[in-house]
Design a protein around this ligand. Sequence first.
Ligand SMILES: [Zn+2]
Ligand SMILES: [Zn+2]
Length: 98
Amino acid sequence: MNFLQKVKKNILNEYFNSIFFNYYYLVSEYNSAQICGLVWNANVIAYRCKTCSISPCMSICAPCFQNGNHEGHNYNMFKSQAGGACDCGDSSVMHEFG
Ligand SMILES: [Zn+2]
Ligand SMILES: [Zn+2]
């Protein structure tokens, strides 16, 4: 293998490595996205943010609400009557910035 071929091969390797790492990075970032999934029982305080929600029945737990920046949002705190689940990170019911 001559020098140029070697360089080419290295460049290709690096190229594939960077794709792999970018992909890996994206995947790991996706996995670490804040999907809480907390389930709570009745009579627990939860929050509902109209600014962030797509679905009217979305609700998030207090820690997620505090972690998200909902300042100036149209939100309300409510006592869950029948229990519920945290929709934080579920982009089907709330906007991703929530
Ligand atoms: Zn939560
Ligand atoms: Zn909000």
